[in-house]
Every structure is written in structure tokens, then in C-alpha cells.
Design a protein around this ligand. Structure first.
Ligand code: PCA
Length: 326
């Protein structure tokens, strides 16, 4: 009985806390990937951390699966204040500024450790670019290493000729072109349908996205290439951020740091788990053959040179810093 009373009192306290939050602000947070994906699960924890930590002054509500804005629309939505906060794969915007593509340069950083070093090297440059666009970076989490999906055995770039290739940023589209494939840009949320209807027949992505979208229903092979580890970043509108109290800013920064750490940990855990999931779904999963890797590295060289040219001094500074950390 005592326990029940205690529980009820707890509920009353919680109700007060929630009604207290009515006076606070609600921040809708669009995310592009499925609710079960680790980035989304991590985003939900981040949102809870902020809501609890600010005592409900700022309540973050996550909207996964591109339900509020599609991946490609999220950055603009946050810039224009249609959404105060959101998560985006920023490499999808390297046409605006090549710095956004630092994490999709083939074979520059191919492990979680190197991706962390590259991130440390790139963060100051990225924050500058975002600031100019009216955005503030909160945290960023890598996807697992990128490998290639097909619906046939592939031993060389020649085997890829004419294949319809799903791209998620301009680096993936360029890779397709250089390999003689036909790139078609498709959001992760639409992948299952695109493969089922034959709009796309191959892609480069993590085991995670193939697993999330039950890709074994359409494709048969996953080749571990470890080409790069692209990142999702959580950004907030600069004007909105300027209006946040110092106390709440501290809480949000603390929650963001925690989210970057826990998200990276989740990503590492998800790597093996999802590759096993692809196998369980009936796919052939394994490292790409050496011949194929060598050919992809040649393509990588071309793409690295192109990126360095486009990103200029900023790109050079990122790569130099990264090299000095290795
Ligand atoms: N999944 C995302 C981006 C990188 C990844 O592993 C996607 O395919 O859209």
C-alpha cells in the first residue's frame, strides 16, 4: 500500500513536471531514418536527456522515418526555422560546399578509429560552414563502414557496367558513374520499394541500412569494402539557439556530448549485428575480392583528387590534420 502511495505520488510529481513543461518550448526534431535505426534510437535518448535536463523548459519530440521532413529537406527546414532542430547526413549537401563531403572521400578513413580522427580534424571547418548558413552543430555520429550491395556476384568493376545504382549523396553518384553504373538518388526510407520495383539494383551503404530495409528481399550480395564512414549530424537553427538560456544550453551541450559517444558505440555494436542479420536473411556477406578493391581504390584516387580541388584550403587543412594524427 505504501508502495502504491509512493508510486501515485511519483505520478503526481511527473504530471506536475509535464504540466510545467507546457510553459516550455516544444522542439520537433525531424530525422530521416527508420525508428528502429540506431541513429533514431539514439536521437530519442538525446531528446529525453534534454527534456528531463531542462526540467521541461525545452521538450524535444523526435519524428523518425522522414515523417516530418524527408532527409533531403531537413537541413533547409532547420535553416529556415520550419524545424528548430533536425538530423541530417550532411554529405548530402556537398554541392553547396565541398567541406560537407569530408566523410565520403573514398578510403580516406575506413575504420571507426580513423573516422573519429577525421571527425576531430574536420569539425572546426564544418562548424564554420554551418555557422555561415545559420546553423549550430550539436553532435555527429558515424554510420558503420560502407560496402556494396548487388543482386549478383561481382568480381570486378566491369561486372557493374549498366547497373542501376541507388545513391544517397553526390559522392555515391560519382562512384557509380566512374564504375560505369547509372546513379539514381533515393532516400533510405524509399529503398525497399525502389529495389522491389527494379528502380535500383545496387547501392553502397552500411550493413545497417540494408538490415533496416530488409534488403535480402531483393538483393543477394553484400561486399565489405569499408570505403568510408559517413556521418549523421544533429543541427539546430542559430536564431533559435541564440534564444536558449545559458543553463539550457549547458544541458543541451552535455546531452549532445553523451549522444555522440553513445551513438558511436551503438554504431560499432550495430555493425556486426546487422551483417549477421543480412546473412540470416540469406545474403552472401564477405569482404570484396582484392581485384575489386584495387579497382575501387583507383576510382577513390580520382574522387579524392576531385574533392581536394573543390574543397581548397579547408579540405587541405582537414586532410593535413588527419594525417598528422595517424
Ligand atoms: N546508410 C545511409 C547513409 C549511409 C548508410 O550507411 C543510407 O544508405 O542512406
Amino acid at each position: 500500500m505504501k508502495l502504491l502511495k509512493k508510486a501515485l505520488m511519483g505520478t503526481v510529481a511527473a504530471t506536475f513536471a509535464v504540466s510545467g513543461s507546457m510553459a516550455g518550448e516544444k522542439w520537433d526534431m525531424p530525422m530521416a531514418y527508420s525508428a528502429t535505426n540506431f541513429h533514431s534510437a539514439n536521437g530519442v535518448q538525446f531528446a529525453k536527456c534534454v527534456t528531463t535536463g531542462t526540467g521541461g523548459d525545452i521538450e524535444i519530440v523526435v519524428h523518425p522515418s522522414g515523417s516530418l521532413f524527408k532527409g533531403g529537406e531537413i537541413k533547409r527546414a532547420v535553416q529556415t526555422g520550419q524545424a528548430p532542430i533536425g538530423e541530417r547526413l550532411l554529405s548530402g549537401h556537398q554541392n553547396e560546399n565541398a567541406v560537407f563531403g569530408f566523410d565520403s572521400v573514398p578510403f580516406l578513413a575506413t575504420s571507426f578509429d580513423d573516422a573519429e580522427k577525421l571527425w576531430k580534424s574536420a569539425k572546426p571547418e564544418l562548424e564554420k560552414v554551418l555557422d555561415d548558413q545559420g546553423l549550430v552543430l550539436l553532435y555527429s555520429v558515424p554510420w558503420p563502414p560502407q560496402g556494396m550491395y548487388f543482386k549478383k556476384e561481382v568480381k570486378s568493376v566491369a561486372d557493374m557496367k549498366g547497373v542501376k545504382f541507388r545513391s544517397y549523396n553526390s559522392a555515391t553518384a560519382r562512384l557509380a558513374e566512374l564504375a560505369g553504373m547509372l546513379p539514381v538518388s533515393i532516400e533510405a526510407a524509399e529503398i525497399s520499394q525502389a529495389f522491389a520495383t527494379g528502380v535500383a539494383e545496387a547501392m553502397i551503404s552500411s550493413g545497417s541500412t540494408g538490415y533496416d530495409r530488409k534488403i535480402w528481399e531483393s538483393l543477394t550480395h553484400f561486399y565489405e569494402v569499408d570505403a568510408w564512414l559517413p556521418r549523421n549530424s544533429v543541427i539546430v537553427n542559430k536564431g533559435v539557439w541564440g534564444g536558449v538560456s545559458d543553463a539550457s544550453k549547458n544541458v543541451i551541450r552535455g546531452c549532445a556530448e553523451l549522444a555522440e559517444y553513445s551513438g558511436t558505440w551503438r554504431s560499432k555494436e550495430y555493425t556486426g549485428f546487422t551483417l549477421a542479420g543480412l546473412r540470416a536473411g540469406g545474403m552472401t556477406v564477405g569482404p570484396a575480392g582484392q581485384g575489386l578493391v584495387d579497382e575501387l581504390k583507383e576510382i577513390g584516387k580520382t574522387m579524392t583528387a576531385e574533392w581536394l580541388e573543390k574543397s581548397g584550403d579547408a579540405g587541405k587543412s582537414i586532410v593535413d590534420k588527419f594525417s598528422s594524427m595517424k
